[in-house]
Design a binder for this molecule. Structure first.
Ligand code: SF4
Ligand code: SF4
Length: 156
């Protein structure tokens, strides 16, 4: 499915220990480390987000958040979107949305193939699906989608 980020900021709120600024290299430019992989990268504050970045009230109120996260009106945005690390580029919080035929959404599958649903029928179908599909295969998402559609769900 095509993933559209809603810019809610939830995924970045507790990444302050994992995405660390090591030093300021130049104005609005920082030497950083993605701690989980030990990857060094240079972060540059996007030109159109420098005023947002200057405002320290959000990081002071949310010390565990990624240091580059800032509110922008109703959204919470990454102020280094253009130079964010590869892990952030690849991240998708939702890979499948599952609904009944009449359209009511009853579950979501997150990027690590975890199902979030209270619906017992869907949970049972999902358990079957993950047993039937090799999750490491490149087309695992498509296979899971087909499996659930054959069970009568709408998947997008
Ligand atoms: S990837 Fe998902 S959790 Fe993260 S900001 Fe976008 S919609 Fe929110
Ligand atoms: S660099 Fe951007 S996308 Fe990555 S954790 Fe920080 S705010 Fe989120």
């Amino acid at each position: 499915m095509a993933f559209t980020c809603a810019r809610c900021g939830s995924c970045c709120r507790y990444l302050g220990d994992y995405l660390v600024i090591e030093r300021e290299a130049a104005p609005f430019e920082f030497a950083c480390c993605a701690v989980s992989t030990g990857t060094e990268f240079t972060a540059r504050i996007d030109e159109d987000k420098r005023d947002l970045f200057r405002d320290r009230s959000f990081p002071e109120a949310h010390p565990r958040a990624c240091p580059f996260l800032r509110p922008a009106g109703p959204q919470i945005v990454c102020t280094i979107h253009d130079t964010r690390p590869v892990q952030c580029r690849a991240y998708r919080c939702v890979i499948l949305r599952i609904s009944r035929q009449e359209g009511k959404e009853i579950g979501k599958v997150h990027g690590t193939f975890g199902l979030f649903s209270d619906d017992p029928g869907l949970r049972a179908a999902w358990d079957e699906a993950v047993r039937a599909v090799t999750l490491t295969s490149p087309d695992a998402e498509e296979q899971l989608q087909r499996f659930l559609e054959q069970k009568g769900y709408r998947v997008s």
